[in-house]
Design a protein around this ligand. Structure first.
Ligand SMILES: *Cc1c(COP(=O)(O)O)cnc(C)c1O
Length: 381
């Protein structure tokens, strides 16, 4: 008998929710059973309990649970009155939702290039884009959305300085990076408002859609609470403003409360996997640069190949050995069919280049050391 070939091993999962249930299922079921007993499925007590726990975790004064990360962004932008004629500056290399919301509100996303090593929004490009919009005179610069991409923080000190100098509202799309930290402080207080997502694949993922908004401003938090429930006032049938149905389900809050218990252990495991990848992959692919003074939540571990053909070859090789990989993001937002019409045509060369060369390897906390070694061996070829 010969030893089994590596490709005869069972495939590795990119995201292993069944394995996660083996670890956390009992705690989650206890929480869910409690909700099924009290039947307060909308705005039940678990929602406020989760809001308090998340605010405490991030060191924020206020937390408002909402229906998704996208709705969190929408509520924050609606609260600022962002709308027609407004320019909202955001990175071209991010998930679609960041740009979708300003467009839904009839504002204009102004796409900014990113750093070639950290993949985060590039402050120098941001300054150039703001100057361009001011010189052009057609749009009113209103807001900057810093996105904490892949688990790492955006360059917050630089973004705050630019926002202050330019008089712009600053918000943090932290959908991928809750649990990450900058200069020893958990993400959640870097901007006036921070939005979170609990989509199942995010570092803190629920069992469906969910999101939250963190802020230190109690007046804004009140506004967010009103907007998430149809713009309601002090009583349910007083409608003060146009809002939306943007509440977080009690069942999702219950699942998240159970998952929050083991969250720091999961973050530590993700970090150990990232360290192992860094050490094992150096010299074979470009490993992701760490943002200085930061701790990543490692939503995504993305490497760079030399060119697009090398990425195709690497993905094929990984697949043959049962190692999944994914491309975040194959196309920068300013070149998306739905968005290119609102783009001014400025080339954003770094975002365009990354889209051709980037590849994400599995990094979920259920990966075993043997699986991590298999991923590294498969990259080596
Ligand atoms: C996932 C994500 C969102 C949207 O979150 P949903 O909960 O899926 O609506 C927004 N921005 C970024 C950067 C994301 O990764």
């Amino acid at each position: 008998m010969t030893a089994p070939l590596p490709d005869s091993l069972p495939p590795i999962a990119f995201l292993d929710l069944p394995a996660q249930q083996a670890r956390l299922g009992d705690a989650i079921r206890r929480r869910v059973d409690t909700v099924m007993a009290h039947c307060r499925f909308v705005m039940g007590p678990e929602v406020a309990e989760l809001e308090q726990a998340l605010a405490a975790y991030a060191g924020a004064d206020q937390c408002v649970g909402v229906s998704s990360g996208t709705d969190a962004i929408q509520i924050v932008m609606m609260a600022e009155g962002i709308g027609p004629g407004d320019a909202v500056f955001l990175p071209a290399f991010t998930y679609t939702a960041t740009a979708e919301v300003p467009l839904l509100l009839k504002a204009t996303p102004v796409f900014v290039d990113v750093d070639p090593r950290t993949f985060q929004i590039d402050p120098a490009s941001l300054e150039r884009r703001i100057a361009q919009v001011r010189a052009d005179g057609r749009l009113r610069p209103r807001a900057i959305v810093g996105v904490d991409l892949f688990g790492q923080p955006a360059p917050w000190p630089e973004l705050r300085a630019i926002a202050e100098r330019e008089g712009l509202f600053l918000m943090d799309d932290c959908a991928q990076s809750f649990g990450g930290a900058l200069s020893g402080r958990k993400l959640g207080c870097e901007a006036t408002a921070t939005t979170l997502s609990f989509f199942p694949s995010k570092p803190l993922g629920g069992y469906g859609d969910g999101g939250a908004i963190l802020t230190n401003d109690p007046e804004r938090a009140d506004l967010y609470r009103s907007l998430r429930t149809h713009g309601e006032g002090k009583t349910r049938y007083e409608v003060l403003r146009i809002g939306m149905n943007g509440r977080l389900d009690t069942l999702q809050a219950a699942v998240l409360l159970a998952k929050l218990e083991g969250f720091d252990d999961e973050l530590a495991r993700r970090d150990a996997i990232a360290d192992a990848y860094d050490a094992g992959l150096e010299g074979h692919v470009v490993t992701p640069a760490r943002v200085p003074h930061s701790q990543s939540a490692w939503a995504i571990y993305a490497v760079l190949t030399e060119n697009e053909a090398a990425r195709v070859a690497l993905q094929d090789r990984l697949k043959a050995r049962g190692v999944p990989s994914a491309i975040y993001y194959p196309r920068p937002l300013h070149l998306q069919p739905a968005y290119q019409g609102s783009h001014d045509g400025t080339p954003l060369p770094v975002a365009e280049d990354l889209a051709c060369r980037i590849l994400a390897l599995p990094i979920h906390p259920e990966l075993t050391d043997a699986e991590v070694a298999r991923v590294i061996a498969a990259v080596h070829g």
